[in-house]
Design a protein around this ligand. Structure first.
Ligand code: SAM
Length: 316
């Protein structure tokens, strides 16, 4: 289905839960774990994906919160795999729960994995994530390759003075393996404003002038891709703050509370809850069409923007 700016919406990001066991400083403030709020059921998620597939969505990304905290993740995955028209399923995870699970994820139909890892130094990783284990992430990466994932994307939110001295180490990971390291600009979607920590894509390119631009893997890809000459993997810049890519955006998001959000950088949302409760698939499609019709031309991440929800709620 096209939006009013001619963008064809083919990509759904599904936030399975708001819960997360990590407390990344740029995402969450305060102590303690996230309380469990009411979440859509597996059947509700599958009905939503079926509705999206019927209007041309082909790709689904599972995210959160931490999607691996859903006990029914594998049945959700295999349920989506069985839906006609869905050709690609991906998942973004913090990697804390991957070890021992990669083969099951692959067998259930997961095509690709994005793993977030903001530092390659164990103590620093624990500090940034509020107690996460780098060893678990690294074990997960090895296991994912062993389980047959052909390539991996690693997400790094670059934070000035916290991890921006590690870009050489991250880029080195792309030397011999099909790994895409994607450096992400901090977006104003945290519980506290950390804009002063943002490192722009342009700064990164200035620091690494050897990076050579390469064609994207697919049209509408959020990252601008580069390669070190002779390296197997890639370096991607996801810099929505300094380099808008809204004209190519083909995504909408559905959150675990049943709200649909046409744009990450706008607070506008629509509720699928009533249509789900009434078991009314026509009404479900009508709300989806309404949300797509209200997808803004561009995100609102400017000075005046105040996020009503954080990335953990919306799904990255
Ligand atoms: N828990 C999973 C994970 O850690 O990958 C999935 C959800 S997380 C919200 C998805 C991605 O969003 C992560 O790579 C995270 O670092 C990134 N993220 C969270 N808050 C962000 C922010 N304010 N700006 C930019 N990226 C952010």
């Amino acid at each position: 289905m096209n939006d009013r700016f001619g963008r064809n919406i083919t990509y759904l990001r599904l936030s399975l839960t708001e819960r997360c066991t990590l407390k990344c400083a740029y995402c969450r403030a305060g102590e303690g774990f996230c309380p469990k709020k009411s979440e859509l059921t597996r059947d509700e998620f599958l009905r939503i994906v079926r509705a999206f597939a019927s209007i041309g969505v082909k790709k689904v990304r599972l995210t959160g919160g931490e999607p691996m905290l859903r006990r029914d993740l594998i049945p959700i995955l295999s349920g989506i795999r069985a839906i006609d028209g869905i050709t690609e399923i991906t998942m973004t995870t913090n990697g804390q729960h991957l070890a021992g699970q990669c083969r099951a994820l692959r067998e259930a139909g997961l095509d690709r994995l994005n793993i977030s890892v903001d530092s390659l130094k164990p103590e620093r990783y624990a500090e940034i994530t509020g107690g996460g284990s780098l060893a678990l992430v690294l074990a997960g990466i090895e296991e994912a390759f062993a389980a047959g994932f052909p390539s991996l994307k690693l997400n790094v939110v670059l934070l000035r003075g916290q991890n921006d001295d590690e870009t050489d180490d991250f880029i080195a990971l792309t030397k011999d393996r099909p790994i895409s390291v994607r450096f992400i600009e901090y977006m104003p979607l945290g519980e506290t404003d950390q804009a002063n920590l943002r490192v722009t894509g342009a700064e990164l390119l200035k620091k690494h002038p050897q990076l050579v631009p390469v064609e994207p893997f697919y049209p509408g890809q959020p990252s601008r891709d580069y390669q070190m000459p002779g390296y197997v993997g890639r370096v991607g810049l996801i810099d929505p703050m300094s380099h808008r890519f809204c004209a190519d955006c083909n995504r909408v998001r559905v959150m675990s509370d049943g709200m649909i959000r046409p744009c990450l950088g706008s607070n506008t949302e629509f509720s699928l809850k009533e249509a789900l409760e009434q078991n009314d698939d026509d009404a479900l499609l009508a709300v989806i069409a309404q949300a797509i019709a209200h997808k803004p031309e561009t995100h609102c991440f400017d000075e005046a923007f105040t996020a009503e929800k954080t990335m953990r709620h919306i799904g990255g």
